[in-house]
Design a protein around this ligand. Structure first.
Ligand SMILES: NC(=O)c1ccc[n+]([C@@H]2O[C@H](COP(=O)([O-])OP(=O)(O)OC[C@H]3O[C@@H](n4cnc5c(N)ncnc54)[C@H](OP(=O)(O)O)[C@@H]3O)[C@@H](O)[C@H]2O)c1
Length: 256
């Protein structure tokens, strides 16, 4: 039987590219996002090009109980998920008090709660099977308390810390965990976060989502715990660890 990967945020951007990367390896897919029309289009293209099975599921993962609902739909379809990619997420740039509280809550619900819940639900099946791979999409901003990206960088710091912690808990279980930490990627993320106003995003190389998907796929398959694409980004990640926190948050503020 062929392996199955469930990818959230599959309708566009990095998640969409990841679907093609998994499809190249003939891995069947469960693709999740809110836009069913895009998911159906994706299924048509992937089944035509790669002959794999693609199950589209429309789900707003920021809603309470969404992860459980998604898990039930997958179980009802009789699908065992071998690879879980928690990729769906969004950000928001700007001064904290000027942002929308509703948006911050939705961000925490999607970037943190849904990711944690889906990991909890699918991990149990993977542990029973004695194998599985989970990749959680964090960000380079997850290494650093980042002024004007305060809520977003905090959600991504959670993703990084959570993934690292459980990777150690389940070291010999047959299940591996990867936190993918990209810098700036050329997707709708930037416009949706009003990130064009953030000089920080343009100070590093802007990468193509296909390149990030390929890197993420390879790191996930290797079971690499922290995956930072690009040498300059790796150096930034290391510097944030070495620099005193009081200094690094000032530096990151000045780079905005
Ligand atoms: N682009 C960057 O510079 C960058 C850098 C570092 C990390 N990241 C991270 O990479 C991940 C993917 O982002 P991207 O750059 O590919 O952005 P994107 O192009 O905007 O894609 C976001 C994906 O998430 C889905 N999504 C959004 N809200 C959702 C919800 N409530 N429920 C279910 N699905 C939802 C979207 O689909 P629908 O709209 O159809 O629901 C879409 O498929 C995110 O976690 C982001 O934080 C991005």
């Amino acid at each position: 039987m062929s392996e199955v990967a469930l990818i959230t945020g599959a309708s566009k951007g990095i998640g969409h590219s990841l679907c093609y990367r998994f499809a190249q390896e003939k891995i069947d897919l469960v693709v999740v996002a809110r836009s069913m029309d895009r998911l159906v289009e994706l299924r048509e293209d992937l089944t035509g090009k790669y002959g794999i099975s693609v199950t589209p599921i429309a789900q707003d993962l920021a809603k309470e109980g969404a992860a459980e609902e998604l898990y039930s739909k997958v179980k009802e379809a009789g699908i065992h998920v071998d690879h879980l990619v928690n990729n769906a997420g969004f950000g928001d740039f700007g001064k904290f008090d000027e942002g929308s509280l509703e948006k911050y809550d939705r961000m925490a619900d999607l970037n943190v709660r849904a990711l944690t819940d889906l990991t909890h639900l699918f991990l149990k099946d993977m542990l029973k099977a004695g194998s599985g791979k989970i990749m959680n999409v964090s960000s380079l901003l997850g290494f650093q308390a980042c002024p004007y990206w305060a809520v977003y960088s905090a959600t991504k710091a959670y993703v990084l810390s959570f993934t690292e912690a459980i990777s150690e808990e389940y070291k010999d279980s047959g299940v591996t965990f990867t936190a993918l930490c990209p810098g700036t990627v050329d997707t709708d993320f930037i416009a949706e976060a009003e990130g064009e106003r953030s000089k920080l995003l343009y100070r590093i190389k802007i990468r193509d989502p296909d390149e990030i998907a390929d890197f993420g796929y390879r790191m996930m398959m290797k079971g690499k715990v922290i995956a930072v694409p690009g040498t300059a980004n790796k150096i930034i990640g290391c510097l944030t660890k070495i620099m005193p926190r009081a200094m690094s948050r000032k530096v990151f503020k000045s780079l905005q």
